[in-house]
Ligand binder design. Sequence first.
Ligand code: UD1
Length: 361
Amino acid sequence: MKPKIVSVLGARPQFVKAAVLSRIIRLHNQIQEVIVHTGQHYDTQMSAVFFEEMQIPKPDYFLDINGLSHGAMTGQMLEKIEEVLLKEKPQAVVVYGDTNSTLAGALAASKLGIPLAHVEAGLRSFNMNMPEEINRILTDRISDLLLCPTDKALKNLKMEGFDHFTTRVIKTGDIMKNAVRFYSEYAEQNAKVYQELKLPENQFVLVTIHRQENTDNPEKLKAIFSALDSIQDKMPVILPLHPRTKKALANYSINTNVRLIEPVGYFDMLMLLKNCKMVITDSGGLQKEAFFNSKPVIVTRDETEWVELVEHGFAKIVGSDKTKILHAFDHYLSNKLDFDQDLYGHEVGQKIHDEILKLLT
Ligand code: UD1
């Protein structure tokens, strides 16, 4: 009988990462994968569209836990995932990234003594006010196998003393790179939004804003949108709107001239990335997806986990400072960059698959 893993997913960026690994798992057919979707993201455009486009197997369990406070959400997920693990009795649990679904899956596994693998381990923002930072630190500490995307991630874990723990720590590279490479061709054929919007090729700015540190702070959100409105006067700005940001704009009565559209699926996002001039975002994943598509990125946060992008000049950290956002925009308009740099590894999904297989045998 094949060894069994339970993969815990819940939020948009996890679907992208899991799509790569699930495909490789099915290809090799050495591992049985049971998929648990916590329900953290549940709108069609935030969830179902990813499963369809990227052909992720239908979740075996959908827990439908969402729209709650952090504690209630994580607590309910922990309880329900534990029930699944008790029933399925897997040889390992796999979690991705840094969301509440990640932490709940990690806690459920470790409390039952089931070996735990963390994909995208070792990243740190060193900002303890971010819920994601707490989720990462705790998940890494209780994992048995840490699959790190970068050298910096390895260093972070070393600094936290992981050399002295029994945890297996491996640098695999970044799994999102596989996704961009693999799905780009499908995106060319199937994406519609870029064409429908009739955007000028290489002459628009792609923006996403959803981080709690921005959406929950009216001053920051106003400053960011004021900067985006100024950019819009020079070049079209297109912004697929996360539900959290939609609520915040309404709550703070922020009006904007930028073009707001519904959240887009993975294929549409890839095509928008491919054809834009530059990206402005507070997302972690999109920073690298911009790089994989040879686009500079302006990061509306005070720090990033992907420091190598900043070090090589592909990203600028601007917080919510309007002047800095506009300077960075002008900088990237007038400076050409050489994106031919290998920052995130190769054959990452395969390496992760092989490491998980070792954990099981
Ligand atoms: C979560 C992750 C964040 C990740 C992001 C990707 C945590 C702590 N944060 O943030 O790291 O970058 O996902 O998008 O886990 N909502 C809907 N429909 C949906 C999904 C969410 O209306 O399909 C609403 C929720 O009800 C809630 C808000 O959007 O009111 C925020 O959703 P939530 O899952 O709590 O966190 P995200 O901001 O998406």
